[in-house]
Ligand binder design. Structure first.
Ligand code: HEM
Length: 290
């Protein structure tokens, strides 16, 4: 009976303290650097996993979000927007094997927090409480943004999650990290010159660089005129084409502290979408490495 009780408590996360989760944090942090993979770090793809596992939320019917970790199931794993995230999920499975008591939703969202913080980004308050759901919790395809579209689409997608224009721009600043891959999204290249460092460079580049359509066989994307080594998606460019969005691009380009503060808030909110407050034991924690 003791074993059953312990297993039940383990499932509910009751027996685990902040120190226990800190051990998971440390284990994720320790394995972020991966020589030979992309720009040398798994941080960008872990941020993308955390975001895609949360961004399915619909505030109208309270479906989707990070609660049930439904990307474990084939239908959602195969949504086009999730191409390539098997790399992140397979990597996180090794962490799960070492800490089997953590739920997948908690693990993947904590992974996003570790990745942002360890790449030099802001501290993102986080707390455990997500539970593993079932395949019937999978939401329909099409809830994540389509990079080929423009501002109306961004608003349609992110307003559905409960975000406003300022939060849309702040969240988009995550594209300081990582790159596009032809075999995942069809697009190609990094947004910034330092794709493993979390910074406001995405906004300074959006604001300062001349961008032009890239001439290539792939999907329509922009390249920077000067070096032709950076890229912007049509949805990234929408942030400077739309007046209300542009206002925040200008603020974040000028003031990295403002970006870090707003990103931290919006990202913490994103990672809790779809999780009933009753599943959280208390206030969010500030985790971090020594
Ligand atoms: C990568 C689209 C918002 C974080 C990508 C890729 C696309 C994309 C097409 C390339 C995937 C690949 O080929 O590997 C979009 C669109 C968005 C959006 C249309 C709408 C605004 C966000 C948000 C976050 C985020 C809100 C996080 C807060 C990332 C990261 C990568 C990425 C870190 C790099 C992944 C890697 O290097 O493997 N995004 N994204 N994106 N996205 Fe977004």
């Amino acid at each position: 009976a003791r074993g059953v009780a312990a297993a039940a408590e383990g499932k509910l996360g009751l027996r685990h303290s902040q120190q226990d989760y800190q051990k998971v944090y440390d284990a994720i942090a320790e394995k972020l650097e991966q020589e030979g993979y992309d720009d040398g770090s798994l941080a960008p793809v872990l941020v993308r996993l955390a975001w895609h596992s949360s961004g399915t939320y619909n505030k109208e019917d309270n479906t989707g979000g990070s609660n049930y970790a439904t990307m474990r199931f084939k239908p959602e794993a195969e949504h086009g927007a999730n191409n390539g995230l098997n790399i992140a999920r397979d990597h996180m499975q090794k962490i799960k094997d070492a800490f089997p008591w953590i739920s997948y939703g908690d693990l993947w969202t904590l992974g996003g927090v570790v990745a942002v913080q360890e790449s030099g980004g802001p501290t993102v308050p986080w707390r455990p409480g997500r539970i593993d759901g079932f395949e019937h919790h999978v939401t329909p395809d099409g809830r994540l943004p389509d990079a080929a579209q423009a501002q109306d689409h961004l608003r349609f997608i992110f307003y559905r999650m409960g975000f406003n224009d300022q939060e849309i721009v702040a969240l988009s600043g995550a594209h300081a990290l990582g790159r596009c891959h032809t075999d995942r999204s069809g697009f190609e290249g990094p947004w910034t010159f330092s794709p493993v460092t979390f910074s406001n460079q995405y906004f300074t580049l959006l604001q300062d660089e001349p961008w032009q359509w890239r001439k290539w066989k792939g999907p329509a994307q922009y390249e920077d005129k000067k070096t032709k080594s950076l890229m912007m998606l049509p949805t990234d460019m929408a942030l400077v084409k739309d007046k209300s969005f542009k206002k925040f691009v200008d603020i974040y380009a000028k003031d990295e502290d403002a970006f870090f503060k707003d990103f931290s808030k919006a990202f913490a909110k994103l990672l809790e979408l779809g999780v009933p407050t009753s599943q959280f034991a208390g206030d969010a924690w500030k985790m971090g490495s020594e």
